[in-house]
Design a protein around this ligand. Structure first.
Ligand SMILES: Cc1ncc(COP(=O)(O)O)c(C=O)c1O
Length: 450
């Protein structure tokens, strides 16, 4: 019988996060002040984040110790299993080996808790009493609600309206942990009111929800803001995934030829990919890194690599990234966590430097492959995760044609048990594939700062 689970014990939990910044092919372009177009200093972020996180954002140290309080909480579900999808391989008749790192076993059901716990810990240390945030699919809001409850901090989540309607039980989950959940755009912020005035039917977007959560944080007492993706410190916290996966691939006696992950803001994929990327950048490994995005929100494959705001109200500094323009509102696809106009600077730079590739899928193809995976492996992937699965299955099918015995590793970023409405739509043949024309994208890109 072939081994299908590669498990580590508590003693194998990584004790440090891996910081890719000193290993990048060139330094990241600095965040800029939108008014002066000059690089911002750490103080510009101090109203939003505790200094420990700001320091991590710009750190040049290759390894950053994980505080014992955070490790204790990680140990509730980490190390997560690495699994071999042997039944999927058999179903496809591929000579390729398909491995997946299973982040769905966390209490919130996805990778997001890795950074939620760390960010909340540093906020607690700094005296923060209340945290605001946005959530797309509800995974990030769920994770932050749990972490805030653990550290006794009040939490308000602005949830993109379309997801609020599609996933009522995600809202209930956050409420179980004491969070207040507000459909965004809302009337509680000036920016939300402005959006609703212009379009009362607006279904929301991550960019709008980020603006509302930031406005709330900077206008409220003892309140800070927490972001679930995109920023360097968020990607840093996720590197526990890839560090564990490296040890587990050794146990499996294999090294990945392909490393695949879905990208919304880029954090789960970076978490898996970056520790392996080090082997490519410093050790000459030839692994192919493939970031997978929706065709309805194709930031890397069709966006521009330019300075842009991270949110719709232009409250964030200018960040160099692959972007569709901060005014771009993606169609209401079911992978709510991938409906973001921009991309992490680290992922963007690695794509621009051709260390990483990106592909885009329609949601009907994504769900067709999610069904295959579910039926073979007996577990239901989140719509976001299913993007990575679709790309992995396509590569495995290619291997069937060529007879190549490649090793594929993907990040199983979350389960889909709160996303059954999406599966219902697929099964009823009601899923629509939407794709923006290049013209529409060019139109949205007009908003880029000159
Ligand atoms: C399960 C899951 N995977 C992936 C993502 C995409 O986010 P990121 O690119 O930051 O990993 C999300 C975002 O909500 C998610 O919920």
């Amino acid at each position: 019988m072939e081994e299908t689970r590669f498990l580590l014990g508590a003693k194998d939990l990584p004790k440090t996060w891996y910081n890719v910044l000193p290993d990048l092919p060139r330094p990241l372009d600095p965040p800029l002040n939108p008014a002066t177009k000059q690089p911002i200093g750490p103080d510009a972020l101090a109203a939003l984040f505790p200094m420990a996180l700001i320091e991590q954002e710009v750190s040049s140290k290759g390894e950053i110790p994980i505080p014992p309080e955070v490790l204790d909480i990680y140990a509730l579900w980490r190390p997560t299993p690495l699994r071999r999808a042997i039944r999927l391989e058999q179903m496809l008749g591929t000579p390729a080996k398909i491995f997946y790192k299973d982040e769905s076993v966390s209490p919130s059901g996805s990778h997001k808790l890795n950074t939620a716990v760390a960010q909340t810990f540093y906020n607690k240390q700094d005296g923060t009493k209340r945290i605001t945030t946005e959530t797309g699919a509800g995974q990030w809001g769920s994770a932050l609600s749990i972490a805030c409850k653990m550290f006794d901090i009040t939490c308000r989540v602005y949830m993109v309206k379309v997801s609020y309607q599609q996933k009522p039980y995600r809202r209930s989950l956050m409420q179980v942990f004491g969070a207040e959940v507000i459909p965004s755009p809302s009337k509680l912020t000036k920016f939300g009111q402005q959006v609703l005035k212009e379009d009362p039917e607006c279904t929301g977007s991550l960019g709008i929800a980020i603006s509302e959560a930031m406005e709330d944080a900077v206008t409220s007492k003892n309140t800070r803001y927490s972001l679930g993706s995109v920023l360097n410190h968020v990607l840093l916290h996720q590197t526990v995934i890839g560090q564990e996966a490296k040890k587990q691939m050794e146990l499996a006696g294999a090294y990945p030829d392909f490393i695949i992950g879905c990208v919304g803001g880029g954090s789960n994929y970076a978490g898996l990919a970056l520790p392996f990327m080090r082997d490519k950048l410093k050790g000459g490994k030839k692994t192919r890194f493939i970031a997978v995005e929706p065709r309805a929100c194709p930031s890397i494959t069709k966006g521009r690599y330019a300075y842009d705001h991270g949110d719709t109200a232009r409250m964030t500094p200018l960040l160099k990234q692959h972007t569709l323009g901060h005014v771009f509102i993606p169609p209401a696809i079911h992978a709510g966590g991938l409906r973001y106009h921009g991309m992490a600077g680290i992922i963007s730079l690695l794509c621009a430097e051709k260390c990483m590739e990106a592909v885009a899928y329609h949601q009907s193809d994504v769900f067709k492959n999610a069904m295959l995976f579910a039926q073979a492996e007996g577990t239901i992937p989140a719509p976001e995760t299913s993007h990575a699965i679709a790309a992995a299955i396509d590569i495995a099918k290619e291997c069937k044609k060529t007879g190549e015995k490649k090793t594929i590793l993907l990040n199983f970023s979350g389960h889909g048990y709160f996303d059954m409405g999406a599966y219902d739509s697929y099964l009823a043949g009601k899923l629509e594939d939407t794709e923006c024309t290049q013209e529409e994208i060019e139109q949205a890109l007009q908003c880029l700062p000159k």
